[in-house]
Write a protein that binds this ligand. Structure first.
Ligand code: COA
Length: 248
């Protein structure tokens, strides 16, 4: 069974993280599948909107830490970099349905979505600093732009977790719903019924102001991230996670 479920309902394509036993932690293979599906959807006229969702109780626990240790992504051609580029450049409406934990890239990818719906009990966190790393996916630009410098700095530097109410007040999510996927589907279908070129043009205009800045920040983040992955601070944090895992 694929770790990214790829299904269709009419003009809406669903990409669902399917590794629930590992809290949907994202591996290189999953990033590659996501990138391929996004790029394919971009060129497929019959796809009018894409929903990113998850199997099981959680959205995703972020990048797979074992993968970080075994295959640290250091090149622009790495699967995670390819996925982030596909996300940044995706021209059609991208909607996320979030439940449970959205950790690391599970939260930063939401900054690229056009509409995010979350359940009332969803939790968001970006504990990159706690792992000896730096935030990625353009989030050091996008997150302070959204919530203000100090709130972004506090969340990044402490690694704290926040809930749906706070995420909604920040503008990170558009809606809270008991069934996030049902609500996301309703929104996606509504958009899919709109004139498609007007939808694409409007998204392009909405994203135009930040696109090049985000691309530049993403590149800078990636360079520092790649170095940080091999640092003593990161190794120590990864080992702590592995020890906890081994003792559970
Ligand atoms: N990478 C690899 N495996 C992960 C993972 C990750 N990022 N997050 C969770 N898992 C695995 C756990 O190892 C565990 O697997 P096991 O049952 O084979 O030991 C399983 O998923 C369930 O996670 P567990 O830690 O037991 O759940 P919890 O409810 O106690 O804790 C978290 C939830 C999210 C707090 C905890 O899993 C965690 O801190 N994960 C790492 C998050 C992270 O730092 N992500 C990277 C961000 S850049």
């Amino acid at each position: 069974m694929s770790e990214i479920l790829d299904t269709r309902s009419g003009a809406v394509r669903y990409l669902s993280f399917n590794r629930p036993k590992k809290m949907n932690a994202l591996t290189r293979g999953m990033y590659a599948d996501l990138a391929m599906a996004l790029n394919d959807s971009a060129g497929d006229f019959s796809v009018r909107a894409v929903i990113i969702t998850s199997e099981g109780d959680h959205f995703t626990a972020g990048n797979d830490i074992v993968d970080f240790m075994d295959n640290p992504p250091t090149a622009d051609s790495s699967e995670v970099a390819t996925f982030l580029a596909a996300l940044l450049n995706f021209p059609k409406p991208l909607i996320a349905a979030v439940k449970g934990n959205a950790v690391g890239v599970g939260t930063t990818m939401l900054l690229h979505c056009d509409v995010v719906v979350a359940t009332p009990t969803a939790n968001f966190s970006m504990p990159f600093v706690s792992l000896g790393l730096v935030p990625e996916a353009g989030s050091t630009f996008l997150f302070p732009s959204l919530v203000g410098y100090q709130r972004a700095a506090k969340i990044f530097l402490t690694g704290e977790t926040f809930g749906s109410m706070q995420a909604m007040e920040m503008g990170l999510i558009a809606e809270i719903a008991d069934d996030a996927l049902v609500a996301a589907t309703r929104i996606a279908q509504q958009i899919a019924e709109q004139p498609p070129q007007a939808v694409i043009n409007t998204k392009a205009l909405l994203k135009a102001r930040n696109h090049d800045s985000v691309a530049a920040v993403m590149r800078a983040e990636f360079e520092i991230f790649a170095l940080a992955l091999q640092s003593d601070e990161a190794m120590e944090a990864f080992m702590k996670f592995m020890v906890k895992k081994g003792s559970s």
